[in-house]
Design a protein around this ligand. Structure first.
Ligand code: PLP
Length: 389
């Protein structure tokens, strides 16, 4: 092993290293570290370029179909000639901006290309520290699947009767040596955790020194935002990691920026992993401008809610149950048939929805907010399929 590798691995046990060595291929193989498969990315790029109303309606990827802030686009255009430089100074400036907005020290802010690398880093950290990941059976895979690919044990608790996180069941499992992952609102169900319950959980668990990672990718789309924001525990220096992304409400999925607030020593350790450091310049430029565009933010909240309400009404019209009161940019619907078959038939009709990604609920599918004509197309396609069964 080279000196550089020895240095990088300083503090990492051989057992952990062996675990880590087996995982790069595994994690890359399931396409999670990049967020989606190459086939998916290719299709999405082609579809995004085509304004044709007959084009594939992509309602499977939790992208914001309303597009980025005009201020973000203008800022990127103005900066495009400077992409030959590394983004260090801008990264520092942006980190300070986030720290000031969040009332936290810059050492507690970690900025990455989207939040996926943060989820992967938590999985890596859990593996290297011999933690067991504790989460829900039906949730975003970015932490549990990557942790499993690293060879780390994951405990999955069942959803409650309303398809929400069962916080009592999770709390009953909490023990030293665990690392909790919560997604609020949860992807794919769209359910939020009651803010009072969440607050009590994070307070009690983090006070025991047990880390809690809260993925707030969709929280700013929820109606009672910011009630569920858990920043204060990161501010207190508790082992709490709050992750955010510009891919969702700020429509920057193709120019990713994400960040996490966390204890300073943990941020320093994660920076040491090396692969989190290369943040893209235009993403930083766009994210900075997006944060200043408060009118855009409110507009996106309103448009997302309107789209979500249309999807809720669509499911009611189809007579199909959904996970109640969804608060992200999607609904989770019981199709009454195999979700893979439903997705296949929807695709034949020009609409892409999630197939059998969450195997615990084999009839349920996630349908994301699209433009109005895409929701119309989705509604017609689903009605066509479901009246036939
Ligand atoms: N967290 C959740 C809950 C998500 O749904 C996603 C993406 O869909 C991510 C994190 C990662 O998004 P990104 O890497 O684009 O920030």
């Amino acid at each position: 092993m080279s000196d550089i590798n020895t240095e990088i691995l300083n503090g990492i046990s051989r057992r952990s290293w062996l675990k880590m060595a087996g995982i790069g291929a595994g994690a890359a193989g399931i396409g999670l570290l990049s967020g989606c498969s190459q086939a998916t990315a290719d299709t999405e790029t082609a579809a995004a370029a085509a304004p044709d109303p007959d084009a594939l309606a992509i309602m499977s990827s939790n992208e914001n179909p309303f597009g980025p802030s005009p201020m973000a686009m203008e800022a990127m255009r103005a900066e495009v000639g400077n992409i030959y430089r590394y983004s260090g100074p801008l990264l520092q400036e942006f980190g300070e901006m986030i720290a000031e907005r969040e009332g936290i020290s810059p050492e507690q802010v970690l900025i990455t290309n989207g939040s996926t690398p943060l989820l992967a880093a938590y999985s890596q950290w859990a593996t290297m520290n011999d933690k067991t990941v504790l989460t829900s059976a039906v949730t975003y895979e970015g932490v549990p699947r990557v942790a499993e690919a690293y060879g780390t044990n994951v405990i999955y608790t069942p959803l409650d009767a309303d398809l929400g996180y069962d916080m009592a069941a999770i709390e009953a499992q909490v023990a030293p040596g665990m690392a909790v992952y919560l997604c609020n609102p949860n992807n794919p169900t769209g359910r939020t955790i009651d803010p009072v319950v969440l607050d009590a959980f994070v307070d009690s668990v983090s006070a025991q020194g047990i880390p809690v990672f809260i993925d707030e990718a969709y929280l700013d789309m929820s109606e009672d935002y910011p009630a569920g924001v858990m920043t204060k525990y990161a501010q207190m220096g508790r082992p709490v990691i709050v992750a955010r992304t510009f891919s969702k409400i700020y429509a920057m999925a193709g120019q990713r920026i994400g960040y996490a607030l966390m204890p300073a020593n943990m941020a320093m350790e994660w920076r040491g992993y090396g692969h989190l450091s290369s943040v893209n310049h235009l993403g930083l430029v766009a994210a900075k401008a997006s944060l200043l565009d408060t009118a855009y933010f409110e507009d996106m909240r309103a448009k997302t809610k309107a789209g979500r309400d249309r999807l809720i009404a669509m499911a009611a019209d189809l007579g199909r149950p959904i996970a109640p009161n969804p608060q992200g940019s999607f609904i989770y619907m019981d199709t009454g048939m195999s979700n893979a078959e439903f997705a296949r038939q929807m695709l034949e009709r020009g609409v892409r929805v999630v197939g059998n990604r969450w195997t615990d609920l084999p009839q349920w599918t996630r349908i994301c907010v699209g433009l109005d004509h895409e929701i119309d197309k989705c509604h017609a396609a689903a009605a066509d399929i479901l009246t036939a069964i």
